[in-house]
Design a binder for this molecule. Structure first.
Ligand code: IDP
Ligand code: MG
Length: 134
């Protein structure tokens, strides 16, 4: 069974659309194995977004992600990594397909509502950062 890390970002938590977002995944028969809500610190976020450390948008991204509550969860299912990224939609909400989470709840490239791991290796690395011993 494949698994992935999903984050519901502070913009979406602030909009009170956590339930709607979780329903999008459950509607596709994906299972939640672990879930928690927290305000992530910069250390965790730096590790999570390590590949983007030298990008222009990195400081703004860390500021945004550490500025409020984030729902972190592990989802399981067949092809869950690509399924989640399809349900999430394009990184840029203005390009995201109709009815994807980012189309519905994202506002711009930074404030794009959700995160989903991009490969099995990233998924395992990210799950180990956000959850202990699972
Ligand atoms: P992904 O979340 O779709 O995998 P990545 O390229 O890995 O997209 O970028 C990580 C996060 O960084 C995005 O979800 C978004 O919040 C932010 N981001 C990506 N590109 C830009 C940009 O060009 N400007 C501002 N923020 C960006
Ligand atoms: Mg990514």
């Amino acid at each position: 069974m494949e698994r992935t890390l999903v984050l519901i970002k502070p913009d979406a938590v602030h909009m009170r659309v956590v339930g709607n977002i979780i329903s999008k995944y459950e509607d596709k028969m994906l299972d939640i194995s672990h879930i928690k809500i927290l305000i992530p610190d910069r250390e965790l976020l730096g590790q999570h977004y390590d590949e983007h450390r030298n990008k222009d948008f990195f400081p703004e991204l860390i500021e945004f992600m550490s500025g409020g509550r984030v729902v972190a969860m592990v989802l399981e299912g067949d092809n869950v990594i690509s399924e989640v990224r399809k349900i999430n939609g394009d990184t840029n909400p203005n390009k995201a397909a109709e009815n994807t989470i980012r189309n519905l709840y994202g506002t711009d490239l930074t404030f794009n509502a959700v995160h989903g791991s991009d490969s099995p290796e990233s998924a395992e690395r990210e799950i180990n950062l956000w959850f202990e011993n699972i």
